[in-house]
Design a protein around this ligand. Structure first.
Ligand SMILES: [Zn+2]
Length: 89
């Protein structure tokens, strides 16, 4: 499977949650809820949600099924719901 999200998401210039500008060197991460690119501040807020753990479990199961990769694969889409990354232009 190709990774179209990489191009589209990894270099997003704004947080899709709060609209904060993201530059190439800023850390960003994927939302556990809707897979959009969000800033680390929004990620922290997301982690406070009461259903975060359940959502994470469901997301990971679905994501591994879709990509056929373990979520710990650092090149994988699923991984970046947990690990922040920077845009590599
Ligand atoms: Zn944000």
């Amino acid at each position: 499977m190709a990774d179209p999200w990489k191009k589209e998401l990894s270099c997003a210039v704004t947080c899709s949650e709060c609209g904060q500008a993201l530059s190439e060197g800023d850390e960003r991460i994927l939302s556990m809820y809707d897979h959009r690119v969000i800033c680390m501040g929004c990620k922290q807020r997301e982690e406070q949600e009461s259903d975060y753990k359940d959502t994470a479990m469901g997301m990971i199961a679905g994501c591994m099924k879709e990509t056929g990769k373990p979520y710990g694969d650092p090149e994988g889409y699923c991984f970046h719901h947990f690990a922040p990354y920077r845009c590599k232009a």
